[in-house]
Design a binder for this molecule. Structure first.
Ligand SMILES: [Zn+2]
Length: 367
């Protein structure tokens, strides 16, 4: 039932009033009360978004801006939630839809201040409100829009210059930085499906068994743990099918040593440059994991809330499972809601040990 919000709010862009309204209904989000009502076609009753009654099927829902509209269409107010007894609040939903529309239409990205001025509110308030409704900031939303357009263009086989232009990007250099962040590689590499990407790797032994470390020119792109070096190498090949894999040189050793140290003391903050290759949504989850506290665990739902996408716990769990950067992106801190360890890509025993090391460090720090 709550699958739709995930689709709406992850990296995919289209946000319609209907999607947002449905998300509000699914989550019984009180902050939407007064902003719209929904009518259920099978019962001819209309409710406020947070109505405690059983949620109807999405196909039986009609959205109305206000109660009078619903009544005019032959619906009557629900006695349980009294949808007409709530005052219109901040108009966040209508505003978010308006701004999404504007960002879709405009070639150049308006600044937050420009958007806020047009709405007659402060930039900080707009940022907060938009984030609450859509799940990401207006700037992030616009970036994802452009990245989608860019992927489209590149997939259609447009030249890179053409694709950049058609996706609504301006000057080249800023675009490249942004495109890299969005695509996880440069547009040229994206077009060549990573064909030209060089990846250096090294295998080493750690207290948790074998570790494979790999890095691109941008930073560490994989830290894989296991028992069998051969299997780790195959895993790396599977993850970066068309990249050129090159055995690491002496200069790489320092990075490997740092990672071995991190496995020993997972509570320590590291300063390794990471090259997180994943979708915009996955990277968002991985970045949030980087902000978690050593020695403390959290659940998938808590992590979903931390990225302002409370409905996306399942998508968050998949992003954790896809994490290619063991320990450096501490997905081992995420546990089941009953406290159980649940799975770990690199073996639940390793997860238990990492958590144990963190909690020991936290204990001795307290002493
Ligand atoms: Zn109701």
């Amino acid at each position: 039932m709550t699958i739709l919000p995930q689709q709406t709010l992850s990296a995919s862009v289209p946000v319609s009033e209907h999607d947002l309204g449905w998300r509000a209904v699914c989550e019984r989000d009180q902050s939407f009360d007064g902003q719209f009502v929904y009518g259920v076609t099978t019962t001819r009753i209309y409710c406020r978004p947070s109505c405690p009654a059983r949620r109807p099927l999405i196909k039986n829902i009609r959205f109305f801006t206000e109660g009078s509209e619903a009544r005019a269409a032959g619906f009557r107010p629900c006695r349980r939630c009294e949808p007409d007894c709530v005052k219109s609040t901040d108009g966040a939903l209508a505003r978010a839809v308006r701004i999404c529309g504007r960002l879709k239409d405009e070639e150049s990205m308006p600044t937050l201040t420009q958007l806020a001025n047009a709405e007659g509110i402060s930039p900080a308030y707009l940022q907060r409100q938009f984030r609450r409704v859509v799940g990401v900031s207006p700037a992030e939303y616009a970036r994802q829009l452009r990245a989608d357009r860019l992927r489209d263009q590149l997939a259609k086989g447009s030249s890179i210059t053409e694709a950049i232009f058609n996706a609504g990007y301006g000057a080249g250099s800023r675009f490249y930085a942004e495109a890299y962040a969005l695509l996880g590689m440069t547009p040229r590499q994206y077009q060549a499906q990573g064909e030209t990407m060089k990846i250096y790797f090294a295998l080493a032994e750690s207290s948790l068994g074998q570790v494979l470390v790999a890095q691109t020119a941008k930073g560490v792109c994989a830290i894989l743990l296991g028992d069998d070096p051969e299997e780790l190498l195959q895993d790396l090949q599977r993850r970066f099918t068309r990249a050129e894999l090159i055995g690491g040189d002496a200069g790489f050793e320092q990075t490997v040593a740092q990672i071995i140290g991190l496995i020993e003391s997972p509570n320590k903050r590291h300063k390794l440059p990471l090259d997180m290759q994943g979708t915009a949504f996955q990277r968002k989850v991985w970045q949030a994991l980087g902000r978690t506290v050593p020695g403390q665990t959290l659940t998938y739902s808590e992590l979903a809330k931390a990225i302002n996408q409370p409905g996306a716990a399942r998508a968050v769990a998949s992003a954790c499972a896809a994490n290619p950067l063991a320990v450096a992106v501490p997905c081992h801190r995420v546990v089941r809601s009953d406290g159980g360890l649940s799975g770990y890509r690199w073996g639940v025993e390793r997860k238990r040990e990492l958590l144990q090391r963190e909690s020991n460090a936290a204990d001795s720090a307290r002493r």
